[in-house]
Design a protein around this ligand. Structure first.
Ligand code: NAI
Length: 246
């Protein structure tokens, strides 16, 4: 129970990778705030967490709105009096080839994946700086390192998130706060269920471990970065991709 007594806020944890992260943090003793725009999913995950014997709170907020993010963080502080771990996980895709990509597709993806992480980081920074401790973990993607056909918006948002990780690590390091990124490869969730069989086979062919990742593979890396053994690690990108990018 290495995270006992700590409070974690996981954005977009109503399903997929975020849900697995929320459950894994709870299994290690953390009380968890389940943020999502989907109220019912957030409540369901919060109930699953409470069944593990720790406290949970569902927080419906759109991370692209500074007002909603601020209100969420205030509500968490009112309830728990602390925020020790922030996981910026919420993300979307709107794929298209660059020449066909609309301004709306560009803006939508950058706004959720990058601005949303910035707003949440900014909002939790104050209580973390005051407490002189904190862990911020950003869920990026291997395409933030490599780029990807059809994902100019998404890969730019994830590359930006990696740069945000390093800037945050540099600005907040002296206050006892670490900031790292996890860059997953091909993980089986509703996000990737939309891929065609052909795209799926192509991806699998590029993974030395020969299988897609599971949300729990990503969650394990987050638990490590949130835990005491990662106290001296900051500004890093941990790739969890079965060896796809090396
Ligand atoms: P998902 O689509 O299954 O779940 C994303 C969750 O975020 C949903 O519950 C959604 O309602 C929530 N969300 C979306 N916009 C939001 C907003 N504005 N405010 C609050 N919540 C919002 O996606 P998945 O696969 O679980 O991905 C989670 C993260 O992992 C994303 O950042 C994604 O980019 C990243 N990732 C996923 C990979 C994969 O293969 N599935 C690979 C690399 C990165």
């Amino acid at each position: 129970m290495q995270l006992e007594g700590q409070v974690a806020l996981v954005t977009g944890s109503g399903r997929g990778i975020g849900r697995a992260i929320a459950l894994a943090l709870a299994e290690h003793g953390a009380n968890v705030v389940v943020n999502d725009v989907m109220a019912e999913s957030a409540q369901q995950v919060a109930a699953e967490i409470e069944a593990r014997g720790v406290a949970a709170m569902s927080a419906v907020a759109d991370i692209t709105s500074e007002d909603e993010v601020k209100a969420m963080v205030t509500a968490v502080m009112d309830r728990f009096g602390q925020i020790d771990i922030l996981v910026n996980n919420a993300g979307i895709t709107q794929d298209n080839l660059l020449m066909r990509m609309s301004e709306e597709q560009w803006d939508a993806v950058l706004t959720v994946n990058l601005k949303g992480a910035f707003l949440c980081t900014k909002a939790v920074a104050r209580p973390m700086v005051k407490a002189r401790r904190g862990r911020i973990i950003n869920i990026a993607s291997v395409v933030g390192l490599t780029g990807n056909v059809g994902q100019a918006n998404y890969s730019s948002s994830k590359g930006g998130l990696i740069a945000l990780t390093k800037s945050t690590a540099q600005e907040l390091g002296s206050r006892g706060i670490t900031c790292n990124a996890v860059a997953p490869g091909f993980i089986e969730t509703e996000m990737t269920a939309r891929l065609s069989d052909e795209a799926r086979q192509q991806m699998l062919g590029r993974i030395p471990l020969g299988r897609p990742g599971q949300p729990e593979d990503v969650a394990a890396a987050v638990v490590f970065l949130a835990g005491p053994e990662a106290a001296y690690i900051t500004g890093q990108v941990l790739t969890v991709d079965g060896g796809m990018v090396m």
